[in-house]
Design a binder for this molecule. Structure first.
Ligand code: PRP
Ligand code: GUN
Length: 186
């Protein structure tokens, strides 16, 4: 597990290591750079808090003018199950009318969070809305219409932590994605 030894006893398995994350983000950065074909800037919207590390690393792999913005959305509290209630704790600051919006997520699970965010932001008339997620759990999708334009890794239906993802606010600073031992959350 490398540098995050303090968490060794809590992690059942590393499913994506630091190097794999780095390589995939480089690829995603190239894909994203190649897809936009005008000179307009892109508003990269980080969905707090989980996507913060992904946003920071991905932005440096995109060779286009980008603007950073942040939205704090919560649907989980301290549980591992989606409540279905999505709260906007902090809205974004930029005016996105007529501009490209790239939503940056750490994980799409039920799709409830993203559905809520996209529905809300579409009413502000951006030029385009695209979604990039580091992780996708398609088996768990409740909002079937929700999908990412760019996806780092498809993962099975297991609760993961690390590289921004938490359990009760812990484990976000792990440099890899791992599965938490069940005894810690069941
Ligand atoms: O597809 P869904 O089932 O809606 O789940 C995905 C959402 O859940 C997590 O956020 P969380 O509310 O845990 O907040 P956090 O990013 O601050 O950890 C994650 O960051 C996504 O935003
Ligand atoms: N930390 C964490 N948050 C999630 N939100 C939705 N799925 C997950 C998951 O597997 N881990």
């Amino acid at each position: 597990m490398g540098k995050n030894n303090v968490f060794t006893n809590d992690i059942k398995e590393v499913i994506i290591n630091e190097e794999e994350i780095k390589q995939r983000i480089e690829e995603l950065g190239k894909e994203i750079t190649n897809i936009y074909n005008d000179d307009d800037d892109i508003v990269m919207l980080c969905i707090l808090r989980g996507a913060i590390l992904f946003m920071a690393d991905l932005a440096r792999e995109i060779d286009l003018p980008v603007v950073f913005d942040f939205m704090d959305v919560s649907s989980y509290g301290a549980s591992t199950e989606s409540s279905g209630v999505v709260r906007i704790i902090k809205d974004m600051e930029e005016n996105i009318e007529g501009r490209h919006l790239l939503i940056v997520e750490d994980i799409i699970d039920t799709g409830r969070t993203l559905k809520h965010v996209i529905d809300m932001l579409q009413t502000r008339n951006p030029k385009s809305i695209k979604v990039v997620t580091l992780l996708d759990k398609p088996e768990r999708r409740v909002k079937k219409e929700i999908d990412a334009d760019f996806n780092g890794f498809e993962i099975p239906d297991e609760f993961v932590v690390g590289y921004g993802l938490d359990f009760a606010e812990k484990y976000r600073n792990l440099s890899f994605i791992g599965v938490l031992k069940e005894k810690l959350y069941i």
